[in-house]
Design a binder for this molecule. Structure first.
Ligand SMILES: Cc1cc2nc3c(=O)[nH]c(=O)nc-3n(C[C@H](O)[C@H](O)[C@H](O)COP(=O)(O)OP(=O)(O)OC[C@H]3O[C@@H](n4cnc5c(N)ncnc54)[C@H](O)[C@@H]3O)c2cc1C
Length: 300
């Protein structure tokens, strides 16, 4: 039987201005940006398909999106820069958490293709790299297409998502393009990153946890924690940070259990019931994180 298949139109803008023109002129039709292509290509029925992706904008020719710049305080990274290049550039200057999150993402070959912009902006999938960038107060520059022009706007990476870590970029800024990120060069006394399960193949079993903190003789001076569930979003909240910050170190089993209970109740109330395997893995990570904190405080 003959089934009609329509090839997608592929647009290849050379500048962000051309990107903006394309989006404005094809209003309503364009439904896919192509960065590294790794997520799009792995979707069921992506191509060829008569119903999906009839207009694609490939970002590969926009030179501005590959730029890298750094000074003493931060590095600015174009959204088409690959995860591998960021790990290489940042190995000695960025917090270890982001390097670990990148190194735990897929295999090296894929990391060479996966762009940092695609990592932040994948609908329905939250990468642990994206949540670590939120944790590190990364700023993101958006290109917002306008008739005959476009606007640039900087915002905190968390504003790409709702309070439960689900991408809302296109709801708040229609057709906006992430053009660059600003990652601060900063030091923490304590950093922890752990991930379990394959986020692509078994998103309902996978979970990751990242923590950064400043420590002093009295214990934790400033702690931040983010927990990622690939198919649901992330959990990042001041109440959890405060709970961890008020922990007397070294913490015993009873205090560990209290923190665990508080965080699991928060997750249930905000993003809903997680799977038993996610819960078991998360408990293990929280316990390991607090034990590592204990060791750190004892060596201060
Ligand atoms: C085999 C495999 C294993 C993987 N393993 C992991 C893993 O272990 N951990 C993990 O976190 N992820 C994993 N991933 C997912 C990977 O992180 C995503 O595929 C990645 O986020 C997509 O990046 P990309 O550059 O390929 O984006 P694309 O696939 O090209 O695009 C993804 C989405 O982002 C949007 N987008 C891209 N760039 C921009 C931009 N600049 N501005 C606005 N929107 C944009 C696109 O419209 C699209 O909807 C894996 C993927 C595969 C295929």
């Amino acid at each position: 039987m003959y089934t009609e298949l329509r090839s997608p139109n592929v647009h290849e803008p050379k500048t962000v201005g051309e990107y903006s023109d394309t989006v404005i002129n094809y209003k309503g039709n364009i439904n896919s940006l192509w960065a590294g292509g790794t997520f799009i290509m792995s979707r069921k029925d992506f191509y060829p398909s008569p119903t999906t992706n009839v207009e694609i904008i490939n970002l590969k020719d926009i030179e501005e999106l590959y730029r890298l710049q750094r000074n003493d305080r931060y590095a600015e990274i174009g959204s088409m820069v690959s995860l591998n290049d960021i790990a290489q550039l940042g190995k000695n200057i960025f917090p270890k958490t982001i390097i670990s999150a990148i190194e735990h993402t897929a295999c090296r070959m894929l990391r060479e293709r996966i762009s940092i912009g695609g990592t932040l902006c994948t609908q329905g999938f939250t990468s642990s790299v994206a949540s670590v960038l939120v944790l590190l107060d990364t700023a993101v520059e958006l290109i917002i297409p306008k008739r005959r022009n476009y606007a640039r706007k900087w915002l905190h990476a968390s504003r790409l998502y709702d309070k439960n870590g689900r991408l809302t970029l296109n709801t708040n800024y229609k057709n906006a393009l992430v053009s660059k990120l600003r990652i601060a060069i900063q030091n923490f006394d304590f950093e922890y990153f752990n991930t379990s399960g394959d986020p692509m193949l078994e998103p309902e079993a996978s979970v990751s946890l990242a923590t950064v903190a400043k420590l002093d003789q009295n214990g934790i001076a400033n702690a931040r924690i983010i927990i990622t569930f690939p198919s649901r979003g992330f959990v990042y909240n001041r109440d959890i940070d405060n709970m961890l910050g008020s922990l007397q170190l070294p913490a015993d089993d009873i205090r560990c259990k209290e923190v665990e209970k508080f965080i699991l109740a928060f997750i249930r109330d905000n993003i809903g019931k997680i799977t038993p395997i996610q819960e078991a893995r998360l408990k293990g990570m929280m316990n390991d994180m607090i034990m590592t904190l204990n060791q750190h405080i004892l060596t201060l």
